[in-house]
Design a protein around this ligand. Structure first.
Ligand code: NAD
Length: 479
């Protein structure tokens, strides 16, 4: 049994959850503790008690701890990647890549602890000096989704600690294995007891307790829009700071002048890799008339060559869907798209087993053509390997269609026109804009986040993370 880390001790939960491998549902990865409300409150109290001392720790202390954590993650990339692929279902190369990213994030924020700075200004009043400094905000509650089981926890935990905050971390129920391994590494890094706490358990119990507790100064949340709205309502009611990263319906425009190979690679990569379970996945392809048929033919050819299999098997391109309810949602949206007039041109078939007879949640990637902008498949996030195609007359219409969405996370274009690329970078209504690169797949040292219904609050990652994890103080001194 894998336990929760509360106030520096490994503690049993009130119940247990079973972690199942989606590539082979006979494979029980482990049993993990599930905390209840009282245990969550104990973790919050421990973090609250640890804050005064930790908030005054030196940048050198914080650098050393975060750098140690980053080094261990990087050294154990194969083992951590194997756990990630086994519990979440992304392929081994993708999983190891995510682990490396997490290690690099800890290294980056180790440096940020040293680089934290402020401003010294002259006052408008004679003889007075003004200093602007940043201070930690207190205890932060970190709530994460299942699709990036180590990178998203890393990009919340590392800046929280780097800037001197204490943490209560609640991972997603489906992926406790990666969260537990990360907590184990943190528990041996030299952090004082209570500074970092792992509390696995249900969102409605552990998550909700974090949202409501006045000792939690801020919540950083990544997950679905529905849960994000609950976070916003609870935090607003008690005036706590919060940050939300939620869904996407990310468009990728393919113009007549695109390099066909580049366009197809970007579309297949960001539409289907990681089983399409990425908030930045290109799920809406907007293709101009002159290239439409050639592009679709090349997509289908590439899709037919993809190997859908056990996430940990060498040569697998696409692993399984994460669980039965996500699989049901993917299939439901394929049905809705067809009922509304879309054409399922390729894939979309659930496979009860892989070629070796392993029971799992396998789904062949689906391409749905001839869709119209108002269809549900073009408005709502599916969160699976399901991509729809909309025809556009020209660049102007394509841009308008791309922007016509309640979401605004990542937006892409494939073109060889400098004029259109430049115009698109300025006019795409999204937090991240991609020219001839996939909409999914971002650097770890620059801001991440979206606009409209995709995000709320300051950006995550890079030095912009300080906006959320610190509060500004302005000090006036009469000389
Ligand atoms: P989810 O909203 O179901 O769960 C996210 C987390 O919230 C989990 O840890 C869950 O246990 C917790 N939770 C559930 N109910 C809660 C409550 N009442 N109070 C507090 N916490 C609660 O999302 P998911 O299914 O785990 O993840 C998929 C979603 O995440 C997709 O919509 C995807 O787009 C989004 N996502 C967004 C980004 C981004 O940065 N924009 C990145 C990855 C995933």
């Amino acid at each position: 049994m894998f336990k929760n880390l509360i106030n520096g001790e490994w503690l049993d939960g009130a119940s247990v959850s079973r972690n199942i491998n989606p590539s082979d549902t006979r494979d029980l990865i482990g049993e993990y503790a599930q905390a209840n409300r009282a245990q969550t409150e104990t973790a919050i109290a421990a973090a609250h008690a640890a804050f005064p001392a930790w908030s005054l720790s030196t940048p050198q202390q914080r650098f050393d701890i975060l750098d140690t954590v980053g080094s261990e993650i990087l050294a154990r990339r194969a083992e951590l990647g194997d756990m990630l692929a086994r519990e979440e279902g992304k392929t081994l190369p993708e999983a190891v890549g995510e682990v490396v990213r997490a290690g690099n994030i800890f290294k980056f924020f180790a440096g940020e602890a040293l680089r934290q700075s402020g401003d010294v200004l002259g006052s408008v009043r004679p003889g007075v000096g003004v200093e602007v400094t940043r201070e930690p905000i207190g205890v932060v509650g970190l709530i994460t989704p299942w699709n990036f089981p180590i990178a998203i926890p890393a990009w919340k935990i590392a800046p929280a600690l780097a800037y001197g905050n204490c943490v209560v971390f609640k991972p997603a129920d489906l992926v406790p294995g990666s969260a537990w391994l990360l907590a184990d590494i943190l528990s041996r890094s030299g952090l004082p007891a209570g500074v970092f706490n792992l509390v696995m358990g249900r969102g409605s119990e552990v998550g909700q307790t974090l949202l409501n507790d006045p000792r939690i100064a801020a919540i950083s949340f990544t997950g679905s829009v529905g849960t994000g709205q609950k976070v916003a309502a609870a935090c607003t009611a008690r005036m706590a700071k919060f940050q939300l990263e939620m869904g996407g319906k990310n468009p990728m425009i393919v113009l007549d002048d695109a390099d066909l190979g580049v366009a197809v690679n970007c579309a297949v990569q960001s539409g289907f890799f990681s089983t399409g379970q990425r908030c930045t996945a290109s799920s809406r392809l907007i293709v101009t008339e002159g290239i439409h048929d050639r592009f679709i033919a090349a997509m289908v050819e590439k899709m037919k060559a993809l190997k859908i299999d056990d996430a940990r098997k060498a040569g697998t391109d696409i692993g399984p869907v994460v669980d039965p309810s996500q699989l049901a949602q993917d299939l439901e949206y394929i049905g809705i798209a067809q009922a509304e007039g879309g054409r399922l041109l390729q894939g979309g078939e659930a496979l009860a087993t892989n070629a070796d007879g392993q029971p799992g949640y396998f789904l062949t990637p689906a391409l749905i053509t001839e869709t119209l902008p108002a269809m549900r498949i073009n408005r709502e996030e599916v969160f699976g390997p399901v991509v729809s195609v909309i025809r556009a007359k020209n660049y102007d219409e394509a841009l308008a269609l791309a922007n016509d969405s309640p979401f605004g996370l990542s937006s892409g274009i494939a073109t060889t026109s400098l004029k259109h690329a430049t115009h698109f970078k300025r006019h795409a209504q999204a937090g991240m804009v991609m020219v001839n690169v996939p909409t999914a797949g971002v650097d770890y040292h620059v801001p991440f986040g979206g606009r409209k219904g995709s995000s709320y609050g300051p950006r995550e990652q890079g030095r912009y993370a300080a906006e959320f994890y610190t509060t500004v103080k302005t000090a006036y001194t009469l000389a």
